[in-house]
Design a protein around this ligand. Structure first.
Ligand SMILES: Cc1cc2nc3c(=O)[nH]c(=O)nc-3n(C[C@H](O)[C@H](O)[C@H](O)COP(=O)(O)O)c2cc1C
Length: 161
């Protein structure tokens, strides 16, 4: 059996790493909201409460996220796959027809499992991504099941044993 290339190994192994699905948002220019679907959202530290997210330089939201003082992180519910697909797409106005509001300068989507507003504490550029660390300064959590992504699918259901 031939040894898989590091790239193939990476794609196969990462497809096996199950994660939650989120939407990261920021203000782009005066009064415009931008956002993208992200599975790279990770707990960073409890002291202070902070998380990290990795943003591709090619995202149209990258500049806004890398330069704005605050950004929003939404954790999606199991029944929000269609919302995830909107934010994973390249639509001109992803917020059109959605229920959302400005939380100060951060776009907040209504009805997600959790909304966390973050103050950008650090940004670190490597390869084609920027890792952003955000310190939590507000938000809320609702009850419910999370949307899960694994093996390139989002229709998993969490069934505790
Ligand atoms: C399941 C899934 C997870 C993703 N996770 C990330 C991520 O963590 N970081 C990122 O930059 N893009 C991620 N993407 C890709 C962006 O959501 C996608 O490129 C989006 O079109 C960017 O839109 P924009 O250019 O409007 O920002 C993910 C896409 C999917 C489907």
């Amino acid at each position: 059996m031939s040894t898989p290339s590091p790239s193939r190994l990476f794609h196969e192994a990462m497809a096996s790493l199950a994660s939650g699905v989120g939407v990261v948002t920021a203000r782009r220019g005066p009064g415009r909201a931008c956002g993208l679907a992200a599975t790279s959202i990770t707990s960073y530290s409890a002291h202070p409460p902070s998380l990290l997210v990795s943003i591709d330089h090619s995202s149209r939201c990258h500049r806004a996220l890398a330069s704005s003082e605050r950004f929003g992180v939404h954790i999606l519910r199991a029944d929000q796959e269609s919302l995830a697909r909107v934010f994973a797409g390249r639509g001109e106005d992803k917020f059109a027809g959605l229920d959302w509001r400005w939380d100060g300068d951060v776009p907040e989507l209504t009805g997600t499992l959790a909304y966390l507003s973050c103050r950008r504490a650090a940004g670190f550029d490597l390869y084609d991504h920027t890792i952003m660390v955000g310190e939590l300064d507000g938000g809320h959590v609702a009850g419910g099941e999370p949307l899960l992504y694994a093996q390139r699918r989002m229709d998993w259901l969490l069934v505790p044993g």
